[in-house]
Design a protein around this ligand. Structure first.
Ligand code: NCD
Length: 328
């Protein structure tokens, strides 16, 4: 197993689940099933309204939604921005590269500053695990939403992924979900696995290079198994979540070259045709290393749900903003 980075404080122990709606959305692990189901209903309503030509609402009129992205983002940041606008709120983006963070201002001071200016929501992406919890400790009234904290969690991505899986398949009862690739550093895998557990999905497996797998302790805590032979893992899967190789988190050179990674672990067209089920669904949270963990033909092919994930991200994030606003 690969050693954990010293800077990674990834907690294996989970927060206790309650059924009461929380003011914040920090982890998938703490989301109650009823909350998730109600959220999906709300997202479906927003999607139906958009199809009917009524995409705008005033549910969040007068609210300010601060976007604090300490790490790069295209989908998450833009979809929260669009979601806020569609609800009648005002998105406020702080360009971290040109902000006082560059003068050494702490996350806590940035959060308190934005709240003092009237932000009702703070959407935070940060390189350190548990940064959302740090923000939540100092926020007096604002809702904190974790948009990715290090290799720890990315709950809104997991919600949009699972929403899209259910939209495409109807149900996951009896189905097998495979997470393929760099699981060790993937907040997307972690949040999805926690969410699937909450929703009662039994058959979840992981596959990928042994050096990019979490500890046995962590796999055990999720109740999932590692399938080291890629062809066997693909053959079982109804849904495959291909994960980006998180080069920026490896802290050392990637254990393989891009070419040798593709050769050993890439979801190529050939592997798709040869090993996967005929109706398999392929997911990738983006951004994709095309030609490394996934081939162009697969990403753009008939099994791919990649753009459905992106499109649904807006409805899920609208639903999250609305429900947190209603909760307290
Ligand atoms: C993911 C992220 O940032 O964790 N991207 C996203 O939010 N769509 C996945 C990744 O960067 O690999």
């Amino acid at each position: 197993m690969a050693p954990r980075l010293a800077s990674e404080k990834r907690p294996v122990k989970k927060a206790a689940k309650s059924t009461a709606p929380s003011r914040h959305l920090l982890t998938s692990a703490e989301l109650p099933k009823v909350w998730v189901e109600a959220l999906f209903d709300e997202a479906r309503r927003f999607k139906t309204a958009e199809k009917a030509g009524h995409p705008w609402s005033e549910d969040l009129k007068g609210q300010h939604v601060g976007l604090l992205f300490f790490e790069p983002s295209t989908r998450t940041r833009a979809s929260f921005h669009i979601a806020a606008k569609r609800l009648g709120a005002d998105p406020v983006t702080v360009e971290i590269a040109f902000s006082s963070v560059q003068k050494g201002e702490s996350l806590e001071d940035t959060v308190m500053t934005m709240e003092a200016m009237g932000c009702h929501f703070l959407i935070i992406r940060h390189g350190e695990a548990l940064s959302g919890q740090r923000a939540a400790r100092v926020a007096k009234k604002a809702h904190i939403i974790n948009a990715g904290d290090g290799s720890h969690e990315h709950p809104t991505q997991a919600l949009l992924d699972t929403f899209t899986v259910l939209e495409r398949r109807g149900s996951l009862a009896g189905g097998t979900v495979l997470f393929l690739g760099d699981i060790l550093f993937s907040r997307v895998a972690r949040s999805n696995i926690e969410l699937l557990k909450t929703l009662g999905v039994k058959n979840v497996i992981v596959s990928g290079p042994p050096s990019l797998m979490p500890s046995e302790e962590e796999l055990e805590s999720w109740g999932i198994s590692y399938v080291p032979e890629l062809n066997k893992a693909l053959a079982q899967a109804d849904v495959v979540h291909v994960l980006r190789v998180q080069l920026e988190r490896h802290g050392q050179k990637m254990p393989m070259t891009p070419g040798s990674y593709r050769e050993a672990w890439g979801l190529t067209e050939e592997r798709l045709v040869k090993f996967c089920k005929k109706d398999v669904l392929i997911f990738h949270p983006g951004p994709m290393n095309v030609g490394v963990e996934i081939d162009r033909e697969v990403a753009d092919g008939p099994h791919s749900c990649v753009l459905d994930q992106v499109a649904n991200g807006v409805f899920i994030r609208m639903a999250i903003l609305k429900r947190l606003h209603q909760a307290c």
